[in-house]
Design a protein around this ligand. Sequence first.
Ligand SMILES: [Zn+2]
Length: 60
Amino acid sequence: MNDIVPNVLELLVCPRCHQQLTWAYEASELVCTGPACGLAYPVRGGIPILVEDEARAARA
Ligand SMILES: [Zn+2]
């Protein structure tokens, strides 16, 4: 599951706070870098699901 190229990752932003996302390899998630946000979005079949309803809070 390393088929997300870095170029694509740079284009993706959190739909809630519009900060950049980082790829959490073990969890197959894209984690928001926004300090006040921290949502983690699932990646299914190499496709990031950038939907707030599908995300979980990676940070309390
Ligand atoms: Zn965010």
